[in-house]
Design a protein around this ligand. Structure first.
Ligand code: SF4
Length: 348
């Protein structure tokens, strides 16, 4: 884009400041923001409230991010839709739309690839390629809404990438989707999932944005966690739990612990009891995820007896627990799988 800056990546406050510095009245920033984020405009020329002269001034320095839908896969089982998007530089990312009874939930990506190396995840196989800009993150929502002619009611940052490893752009994204001139989504309808970057959990708590924080725990001892999540070599479970308590105190929001049940690795009753002793007394919820059997990883899904046993143990101890329903199992909806498949089929 010839060194032009992306208007879609600015929060309203940033846009007003930039316009002011360029001698453009701040109310123009409100108009531009609204046309981009509410009216879904992708070309400066199309912002018809601006004069021709002003459009050309803005166009000299700026552009509007506009990712493209490459493919869409529709699940015949449950209405889940999986999108592959092509970015301006040819990189590919994926997002998922899940129609639930309580509204449309979009699961979106924050990075191309991921460097965290979780052993059960297909997104990390090639490492981190690059961070997504705030405009690229938010545009996944706009493209899904326009394609399906729906409003997205809930957003989960749980696609490819570790959101807290792309901290600044993710914070901008949160402010953009929450803005009332944009899609005006309440913070309570947004969930950010992290593998546990402890210092960034403190930073996020200090932002005092009441989003739901979701921790990918997946193990109940440091040794077990180190086997499946390299980040555990950097931060212990105790440090993560301490940071979560700080987050709860700051935001008064309930934390979700995500726990992928892996056959024979972390799914027996002892593991459930250890989990209980880690999180007891906290304002929290446990979401158990039966692992998707995917070819990129060596692990297998737990059997139904272990899944039920794990959930029952926690429930009996008074921990709010749910087992995540498998969505889109006929369309490779596990994080990173479709992108890998597309790239390997289209290589060379
Ligand atoms: S699970 Fe999340 S943090 Fe871990 S490798 Fe996959 S995308 Fe990265």
């Amino acid at each position: 884009m010839n060194n032009k800056q992306d208007l879609k990546s600015y929060t309203l406050t940033e846009l007003r400041k930039i316009f002011e510095e360029n001698g453009i009245k701040p109310f123009r920033a409100n108009q531009v923001f609204e046309w981009i984020h509410n009216k879904n405009i992708n070309i400066i020329e199309d912002i018809s409230v601006l004069s021709k002269k002003l459009k050309s001034r803005i166009d000299n320095k700026y552009y509007i991010e506009n990712i493209k839908i490459l493919e869409r896969y529709d699940s015949k089982l449950d209405g889940t839709k999986k999108y592959l998007f092509c970015l301006n530089d040819g990189n590919i990312i994926e997002s998922v739309l899940m129609p639930y009874r309580h509204g449309n939930t979009a699961c979106i990506s924050t990075q191309v690839g991921c460097k965290m190396g979780c052993k059960f995840c297909a997104s990390t196989k090639e490492g981190l390629i690059r961070n997504l800009s705030a405009g690229e993150i938010v545009d996944q929502i706009y493209k899904i809404q326009a394609d399906q002619k729906i409003k997205v009611n809930n957003i989960v940052l749980m696609g490819s990438g570790e959101p807290l490893d792309n901290y600044d752009n993710v914070i901008k994204f949160l402010k953009i989707v929450h803005d009332e001139l944009g899609i005006n989504l309440g913070y309570r309808h947004i969930t950010l999932s992290t593998c546990g970057l402890v210092p960034k959990i403190y930073d996020l708590a200090n932002e005092e944005l009441p989003i739901t924080l979701s921790i990918s725990l997946h193990a109940t001892t440091d040794i077990q966690r180190k086997n499946i999540m390299p980040i555990a070599n950097k931060y212990s479970l105790d440090e993560i739990i301490k940071a979560c308590k700080y987050y709860i105190n700051k935001t008064n929001r309930r934390i979700t612990f995500e726990y992928t049940l892996i056959n024979g690795v972390n799914d027996n009753k002892k593991d459930a009891l250890k989990m209980y002793s880690l999180i007891k007394g906290m304002l929290c919820h446990v979401n158990l995820i039966p692992l998707n059997n995917i070819k990129e990883v060596e692990y297998k899904k737990s059997n139904n007896i272990n899944i039920k046993g794990f959930a029952d143990t926690l429930c009996q101890k008074g921990i709010s627990t749910t087992v995540r329903r498998e969505m889109g199992s006929d369309i490779n909806a596990a994080c990173g799988q479709l992108r890998n498949k597309y790239i390997s089929q289209n290589q060379g």
